[in-house]
Design a protein around this ligand. Structure first.
Ligand SMILES: Cc1ncc(COP(=O)(O)O)c(C=O)c1O
Length: 359
């Protein structure tokens, strides 16, 4: 149970309305946050919803030095009847637990993870935008909060969950992205590394490649495996799929080196329902580039909670730009995107039991 302590100084209705009119992404946060503390001696305690506000961190707090932290990302959707829903939040809870185990952090039980989110979203339901494809982005995270210098798992840990309104990712319609194939940098080591964990270190490792992508006129990076630099893994913040002319939907297999996306998993189901033949397997960079050149690959898309499904217009290397489908989105990309959005926003029956009602 997360006990609610109301923020004594919430934003006024007018202030909130001004933010909701143009929220952007990751810029504004609701009036409350969820908190819980864990110690070796006590386990989890002090679960509460309290006023959103800054932490006081000791300069020797372990997370600042050894990056022992994890996070999640999911959304709350307002349906036409004003009810508010989450999309497969138990998948995020499971991934949060797997990330915690990999980072030697304590596991937050699924019921606490879900209850923190449900109570926060209910408390701040006025912050869930309505209309269009806007939503409330929810960011649960956990970090080592023990004051010590030394390399060992922390004995004091903080769990927190914040949330903020987000505008439609593509306000002017879906925009295909150009992707930079990084050959200089990898985001995660091979098997045994942290690639499957949602932890800040993987994102820190990706930033220099992201910078390189911008310098080369691309918006996102396609990372290859850490061991051989031969196999396609994922983008900096999304999983990747390709569609072939003979109706295959192919995505890199989960081998512990990429993030197990909730959207990725959902697309496996929805793709099969569209009659596509699913292949989860090792996918060589050469196979992808040759497939684009020969025309065997007809669509490539990236998927993740933030952008849902994002068509890839081209893959660029230092030598050449490989353009897919004339740089435009394709029918399966568009169809899968629409189906997923219709489920999330309650415009079509939820036949998979994916939606989780909050209030
Ligand atoms: C590295 C990475 N891969 C894939 C994903 C997609 O995961 P999901 O569909 O659960 O948002 C994300 C987004 O969270 C990510 O950061």
């Amino acid at each position: 149970m997360f006990e609610v302590h109301q923020n004594p100084h919430p934003r006024t209705e007018a202030e909130r309305a001004a933010i909701l009119a143009d929220p952007g992404f990751g810029l504004h946060f609701s009036d409350h946050m969820a908190l819980a503390t864990w110690t070796v001696e006590e386990g989890w305690y002090d679960r509460e919803i309290t006023a959103y506000g800054p932490f006081q961190l000791d300069p020797a707090s372990a997370v600042l030095h050894y990056a022992q932290e994890i996070f999640e990302g999911l959304k709350a959707y307002r349906h036409a009847d004003d009810t508010i829903w989450l999309f497969r939040p138990e998948k995020n809870a499971e991934r949060f637990a797997r990330s915690a185990t990999r980072l030697a952090l304590p596991v937050l039980p699924t019921e606490d993870f879900l209850s923190s989110i449900e109570t926060l979203v209910t408390t701040d339901q006025a912050w869930v935008p309505g209309g269009g494809e806007s939503n409330l982005y929810i960011r649960p995270f956990m970090f080592a909060n023990e004051v010590f210098l030394g390399v060992r798992p922390a004995r004091t840990v903080t769990y927190c969950c914040i949330a903020g309104p987000a505008a439609a990712y593509f306000p002017k319609g879906v925009q295909p992205v150009n992707i930079w194939l990084s050959t200089s940098y990898v985001r995660a080591a091979g098997p045994g590394g942290m690639g499957a964990a949602k932890t800040g270190g993987n994102y820190a490792a990706s930033l220099i490649a992201q910078q390189e992508a911008y310098e080369n006129g691309c918006e996102q990076v396609l990372f290859t495996d850490g061991a051989e630099r031969k196999w396609v893994e994922e983008l900096g913040g999304m999983n990747v799929y390709l569609v072939t002319g003979d109706n295959k939907l192919i995505t890199p297999a989960l081998e512990g080196t990429i993030l197990e996306g909730v959207t990725r998993d959902s697309v496996l189901t929805l793709g099969a329902e569209r009659g596509l033949q699913i292949e989860e397997r090792k996918l060589a960079v050469d196979e992808v580039l040759h497939g684009i050149e020969s025309g065997a690959i007809t669509e490539i898309f990236a998927c993740g909670t933030a952008a849902v499904i994002n068509p890839v217009g081209s893959i660029k290397t230092a030598q050449k730009s490989y353009v897919i489908n004339n740089g435009e989105s394709g029918p399966h990309t568009d169809g899968l995107r629409q189906t997923l959005l219709d489920i999330q926003y309650g415009r079509t029956p939820d036949t998979h039991g994916w939606m989780h009602k909050v209030c």
